[in-house]
Write a protein that binds this ligand. Structure first.
Ligand SMILES: *[C@@H]1O[C@H](CO)[C@@H](O)[C@H](O)[C@H]1NC(C)=O
Ligand SMILES: *[C@@H]1O[C@H](CO)[C@@H](O)[C@H](O)[C@H]1NC(C)=O
Ligand SMILES: *[C@@H]1O[C@H](CO)[C@@H](O)[C@H](O)[C@H]1NC(C)=O
Ligand SMILES: *[C@@H]1O[C@H](CO)[C@@H](O)[C@H](O)[C@H]1NC(C)=O
Ligand SMILES: *[C@@H]1O[C@H](CO)[C@@H](O)[C@H](O)[C@H]1NC(C)=O
Ligand SMILES: *[C@@H]1O[C@H](CO)[C@@H](O)[C@H](O)[C@H]1NC(C)=O
Ligand SMILES: *[C@@H]1O[C@H](CO)[C@@H](O)[C@H](O)[C@H]1NC(C)=O
Ligand SMILES: *[C@@H]1O[C@H](CO)[C@@H](O)[C@H](O)[C@H]1NC(C)=O
Length: 397
């Protein structure tokens, strides 16, 4: 009777806890069948290992180990080990547990080995937070996953919160989920758990899971309101800015800045100054006859802020530069052009009035007409001669 109940319990336990993960949790029975440690159980959400013992021991030692042989030991005085504080180990590679009673040969080994078809789990999972509140997670389908495999992403912001499914999937051309867009992410202190599992008609799909500290994947926005203050009398230029916006850090001392100043006349020569922690920098080598382009980016120095450089601010320009002289020259050229045009116009006007005095242009045409007249005249001159001859002939008749 007891055994039947236990069997039912076991079946229920397997179904509720491990069915979603398609995994296999097993404990090895030692040679002696009557091991005092029984009913080993894992609460994956709380990351608690519990068991029953037929004898009262004053001390137990639990060990948890992953495939990379990294392990954690915990000593407890009751049959419950909580790895919550220590364990951010993904489960998809498999995990091993060991419970032993110190100073005895009593121990129990259990393992959790995920099921599913090899090569069906997603690959290259990565997430990035940008624009303060937005997060993108992307992945690639497993290389051996069946064509009809559909993937689903679940995440758990902290251990006390429920797993939530992605609300807005990024899909490929075959409507397969290849990523997820999160539209309102807040960065907390707790490590966030991500799980991507899948389903297919043909086979079981392996899951993939990972723990991520959200602050580490944030791309910081650019520092705000960058201004320059270059006064003619002082040798330097004061550059000021405000820290970038984030949704979790207000402390200005959490950031470090990189300033890039580029002389516009030498575009290849970019000057990256060593990181500064102030919100202010005095640019000493300022030469007001030059023109500069300035941009700034930030990264976390301490606090829970990403230590990767964030976005560059929009470049701003300062300094009078050659542009000023070019402007003056351009102005002079424009003025000159206008004067010359005006002069030419006056000259043209005068030239036009001379035209009436010396009409030189029609002359060649007159010459040509004169020539034609001469020819006609010649013919005209000959004609009367002929008619004159005819006349004479007529007289002879
Ligand atoms: C173990 O000790 C508890 C009290 O500490 C007691 O209630 C229980 O019956 C004991 N179990 C066994 C198997 O001795
Ligand atoms: C522990 O060792 C003793 C002998 O030292 C043996 O009788 C006993 O069966 C062992 N128990 C287990 C659980 O292996
Ligand atoms: C999957 O690959 C692992 C090694 O990576 C191997 O131990 C296991 O037997 C493979 N499973 C199947 C079903 O091929
Ligand atoms: C994952 O990324 C690596 C390196 O970029 C690449 O070689 C590999 O093909 C990618 N995996 C898949 C399934 O596309
Ligand atoms: C996030 O995903 C959206 C939608 O696919 C895309 O438009 C955007 O460029 C992505 N942003 C980053 C930083 O990857
Ligand atoms: C974003 O989430 C915060 C809590 O995390 C909530 O107070 C706020 O209303 C949400 N904003 C939107 C636009 O959903
Ligand atoms: C994927 O995991 C979630 C959360 O554990 C579970 O609710 C869901 O049924 C799983 N889906 C598949 C296809 O295994
Ligand atoms: C930056 O400047 C804008 C106006 O250009 C102002 O509204 C905003 O408050 C400033 N931001 C900070 C952090 O001072």
């Amino acid at each position: 009777m007891f055994d039947t109940l236990r069997l039912i319990c076991m079946i229920w336990w397997y179904m509720t806890l491990f069915h979603p993960l398609h995994a296999d949790f097993q404990c090895m029975e030692s040679d002696a069948q009557d091991s005092p440690i029984t009913n080993v159980n894992v609460d994956w959400r709380k990351m608690e290992l519990s068991w029953e013992s037929s004898r009262n021991f004053s001390e137990y030692k639990c060990t948890i180990m992953d495939r990379d042989m990294e392990y954690i030991d915990i000593e407890v005085d009751s049959p419950l080990c909580s790895f919550q504080e220590h364990l951010n180990k993904p489960l998809h590679k498999g995990i091993f547990f060991n419970i032993e009673v110190p100073n005895t040969n009593i121990s129990k080994q259990c393992s959790f080995l995920p099921g599913g078809m090899n090569g069906s789990a997603i690959e290259n999972f990565s997430c990035v937070i940008y624009n303060i509140f937005l997060m993108n997670c992307t992945w690639q389908a497993g290389r051996d996953a069946p064509a009809d495999t559909q993937y689903f992403l679940y995440w758990q912001k902290s251990r006390d919160e429920e797993k939530m499914e992605c609300e807005l999937y990024i899909k490929d051309e075959n409507f397969r989920n290849m990523g997820c867009v999160f539209q309102n992410v807040s960065i907390g202190t707790e490590t966030t758990y991500f799980l991507v599992n899948g389903s297919s008609k043909d086979s079981l799909i392996q899951f993939y899971d990972e723990y991520i500290d959200l602050y580490k994947i944030e791309i910081l926005t650019a520092p705000l309101n960058v201004t320059t203050d270059c006064t003619r009398d002082s040798a330097g230029c004061i550059i000021r800015w405000h820290p970038p916006l984030t949704n979790h850090v207000e402390e200005p001392t959490c950031f470090q800045y990189e300033i890039s100043i580029q002389n516009k006349d030498v575009p290849k020569e970019e000057k990256k100054l060593p990181p500064v922690t102030d919100n202010r920098y005095e640019f000493q080598n300022y030469n007001e006859k030059k023109r500069y382009t300035l941009k700034i980016r930030a990264r976390g120095k301490s606090c829970l802020v990403s230590s990767n450089w964030g976005e560059w601010s929009e470049p701003i320009e300062f300094g009078q530069g050659k542009d000023y002289f070019i402007f003056v020259i351009l102005f002079l050229i424009a003025l000159g052009t206008i004067s010359i045009t005006f002069l030419l116009y006056c000259l043209f006007k005068r030239f036009c009035s001379f035209k009436n005095v010396f009409p030189t242009i029609p002359q060649p045409r007159d010459k040509f007409s004169a020539l034609t007249d001469e020819d006609i005249q010649t013919e005209y001159v000959n004609l009367p001669t002929k008619s004159h001859t005819e006349e004479i002939t007529a007289i002879e008749e």
